[in-house]
Ligand binder design. Structure first.
Ligand SMILES: *Cc1c(COP(=O)(O)O)cnc(C)c1O
Length: 508
């Protein structure tokens, strides 16, 4: 059992005791005087503080205990299975963390002259080559900070392409399947396109007739993920590509679901023109609290000239920045993206090798299908659409409507079993959706824990629905009002000092 912290956990500043010091001065003051002199001299009097800032004053153990307590209120892939479908929350190997924990990297500055950062440029150049090989693309940019950022860049590249064909005025429509992740239509709309939704057929795949009906001279492109968000492989992808290309559009691959295809199939060979990868999903780098991530974007030879600047080139002797790309859409992010994430992904790929990446894909499909088979054998949940799934599947909890229990209630009750909840209510084409992904890094014991939990919460919902509807019961924070939590008028994030001993009591 871990420490039960509470919603009212005091802030560091509230634990502060004036005069307490938890560290040794880093620079001996004599040395400081010799090197930089009296620093306060350098700041104009009008800008100098009149007193010291109201920082918390605590001992080292107090600070450490505070953060460890907070970390125990959280859940992460370092603590247990995290079956959040579509997000690929796999374990982040510590060898990748070691790769970034070096002063050689920490002390690099992006404004350094290229002659002094040859090693970093070599790494980014090699990573680009590897990712291009894995996806079947010609060149990649490593700049985008996330999948959605990559999608937006992909849309800008489509615009640049259609402009170069003098067709931008009429190619105003972006087609997305109704199973698409919300970021696809959002990115397309942000880039100025009108979103056209194409329905799924009874298998859960893109309806080819419906696609043929909407594709035409107004089509800028199609954004699609494969396998789709139901975990179903779009086996007609070559035909889909043909329909879009014949209409004069481009094909965008949302690589968030690339995990089960690693080393098996390449989006380039499926007919895609633009691809993004989510390094924080497929390549096991941390997701962070909404970032930082990395969403490198690859393109075919014909679209290379639109990529963001700079590209990194190698002439056989040295690496250099190439800013000379007159048709480039410009820059999509300052400097070179989240370099620390790129290094972790590079370490991950080199550690596994091409054979290891294939094992990742196979094991992710195997693990997910093991969970799916056991859940289906229980006869409790419904599985809308085709049975065959890759790395994820979407159950429906609709059959519990008689008890008044919803997917959200089951998800919350799962937390009481020490298991992270699946993704809920997505994709929207499944009623009361529970979207489950069991990545390759999970053990058989954890997969069984997930299945046993899914079965147990369902059975409990049949016999004592009230217990499920009021869950979670054993977490440090109970059921959160998610409408309140996401509404700017009701969500209050400021804090105020409660302890009279604390300094800076005017802060709030
Ligand atoms: C996660 C995800 C995205 C968005 O990627 P981010 O890196 O979170 O911006 C897009 N499409 C699908 C299918 C996803 O699962």
């Amino acid at each position: 059992m871990y420490h039960q912290a509470s919603w009212d956990e005091p802030l560091l500043i509230e634990r502060s005791h004036p005069g307490k010091i938890g560290h040794l001065p880093t620079l001996p003051s004599e040395l400081e005087k010799k090197t930089v002199g009296e620093t306060s001299r350098l700041v104009p009097a009008s800008l100098r503080r009149r007193g010291p800032p109201p920082l918390p004053e605590l001992s080292e153990p107090e600070v450490i205990r505070h953060f460890i307590r907070l970390s125990q209120e959280n859940y992460s892939p370092d603590l247990g299975i995290y079956p959040l479908g579509s997000c690929t929350m796999k374990y982040n190997p510590k060898s990748s963390e070691l790769a970034v924990q070096t002063p050689k990297l920490e002390k690099l500055h992006p404004e350094q002259d290229e002659s002094t950062v040859q090693g970093m440029l070599a790494l980014m150049f090699n990573l680009e080559r590897i990712l291009a090989e894995i996806t079947g693309m010609s060149r990649m940019t490593l700049q985008p900070a996330a999948g959605a950022h990559g999608e937006y860049l992909g849309c800008l590249i489509m615009r640049a392409f259609h402009r170069s064909m003098r067709e931008l005025d009429k190619r105003i429509e972006m087609i997305v399947p109704d199973s698409a992740h919300g970021t696809n239509p959002a990115s397309a709309a942000m880039a100025g396109f009108k979103v056209i939704v194409v329905p799924s057929n009874s298998d859960g795949r893109v309806d080819l007739d419906a696609l043929a009906n909407v594709a035409g001279p107004r089509t800028a492109g199609l954004m699609i993920t494969n396998p789709n968000t139901l975990g179903i492989f779009e086996k007609d992808i070559l035909e889909i590509a043909e329909v879009i290309h014949n209409a004069g559009g481009l094909l965008y691959y949302d690589g968030a679901n690339f995990n089960p295809l690693l080393g098996k199939v390449r989006p380039g060979d499926m007919g895609f023109d633009i691809v993004h990868l989510n390094l924080h999903k497929t390549f096991a780098t941390p997701h962070g609290g909404g970032g930082p991530g990395a969403g490198p974007v690859g393109v075919t030879k014909a679209l290379e000239r639109f990529l963001p600047i700079p590209l990194i080139e190698f002439d056989g002797k040295k690496y250099s920045y190439n800013y000379h790309l007159p048709d480039s859409i410009g820059k999509i992010r300052e400097f070179f993206g989240n370099v620390g994430i790129l290094v972790r992904a590079y370490a991950y790929i080199l550690n596994l090798g091409s054979d290891g990446l294939k094992v990742v894909a196979e094991t992710s499909v195997l693990n997910t299908n093991y969970v799916l088979s056991r859940v289906m054998a229980s006869g409790l949940y419904e599985l809308p659409f085709a049975r065959e799934r890759k790395h994820e599947f979407v159950l429906s909890a609709k059959s519990l409507s008689g008890q008044g229990v919803r997917a959200m209630d089951l998800a919350k009750r799962m937390l009481d079993h020490g298991v992270h909840a699946p993704t809920t209510y997505f994709p929207q084409i499944v009623d009361e959706a529970l979207m489950i992904e069991a990545p390759e890094t999970e053990s058989l014991q954890d997969l069984d824990l997930l299945v046993d939990t899914l079965i147990s919460v369902y059975r409990e919902a049949q016999t004592s629905p009230e217990t499920v509807k009021s869950a979670p019961h054993s977490t440090s924070v109970g059921r959160i009002d998610d409408v309140k939590a996401s509404h700017p008028k009701t969500l209050t994030l400021h804090w105020s000092i409660r302890s009279s001993e604390s300094r800076g009591s005017d802060a709030s």
